[in-house]
Ligand binder design. Structure first.
Ligand code: PEP
Length: 263
């Protein structure tokens, strides 16, 4: 299961930050920072995940200025339409040219009590609308101490992939809860151990071909200073970045990890 054909993906999860006006300034700044640095988008894919209220604006800007960023939602409904106040359909995201949607982020699991079954239903909803689900899994510190580093993520991913066809395009993000927004980053070896176990789950669920092409990201306090050490690991194909994705220069430096550390 070599990593040669997997294009690295650096994804910025803005969470509930940047309104639609701030989003315009941010995307322009990120674009120009990468352009000035000579970033070649065919080497590393860049994706941004703004709040729902920004997506139309960001899509218009990306479209008008031919900015080569992929766009995604931070969540979606399990339903496609109907009387579900406050929910957002995958169909609406697709209509705004979103290619991705984050599913099962630990903040949704914790604050909105999303279960593994909810996550699985959202994965199905994403696939129905031709969106690539970015399936987030990861353990708390207590779970790591109780059941080891891989058990929780492996189980979460197994459930999320139930009923997913072998040819589906999915992205997996390993985000240890204890490393998200805490500054307490996992070591590259810890990330590799879990990402490798997750690739084995993709192989068991979707087959070897899917496992070889599926991108598995690490997320949790990623910064320009540590990204290269993760990207050296054979089963880490990119990063899901929270806090550092809100600073254009810093996020651009993460995208350009190959340049500043020579991976
Ligand atoms: C995240 O929330 O997906 C995340 C990885 O956050 P941070 O980079 O801030 O730890």
């Amino acid at each position: 299961m070599g990593s040669v054909t997997r294009k690295p993906l650096i994804a910025g999860n803005w969470k509930m930050n940047l309104d639609h006006l701030q989003a315009v300034a941010f995307v322009q700044k990120l674009h120009w920072t990468l352009k000035d640095a000579g970033h070649e988008h065919d080497t590393v894919e860049v994706a941004v995940f703004p709040p729902f209220t920004d997506i139309r604006t960001v899509q218009t800007l990306i479209d008008a200025d031919k900015i080569p960023f992929a766009l995604g939602g931070q969540d979606l409904s399990t339903k496609d339409s109907g009387a579900y106040t406050g929910e957002i359909s995958g169909a609406f995201l697709k209509k705004l040219d979103a290619g991705y949607v984050i599913i099962g982020h630990s903040e949704r699991r914790e604050y909105h009590h999303e279960s593994d079954a909810d996550v699985a239903a959202k994965v199905q909803a994403a696939l129905r609308h031709d969106l690539v689900p970015v399936i987030c899994v990861g353990e708390t510190l207590e779970q790591r101490e109780e059941s080891g580093p891989t058990a929780v993520s492996v189980e979460q991913l197994k459930v999320a992939l139930e009923g997913v066809p072998a040819d589906a395009d999915v992205v997996v993000a390993y985000e240890p809860v204890w490393a998200i927004g805490t500054g307490q980053v996992a070591s590259p070896e810890q990330a590799q151990e879990v990402c490798s176990a997750l690739r084995a789950v993709v192989a068991a669920s979707l087959g070897d071909e899917a496992a070889a092409r599926t991108r598995i990201l690490y997320g949790g306090s990623v910064k320009s200073g540590n990204i290269a050490s993760f990207m050296r690991e054979p089963d880490v194909d990119g990063a899901l970045v929270g806090g550092a994705s809100l600073i254009a220069e810093e996020f651009a430096a993460i995208v350009r990890y190959q340049k500043h550390v020579g991976v």
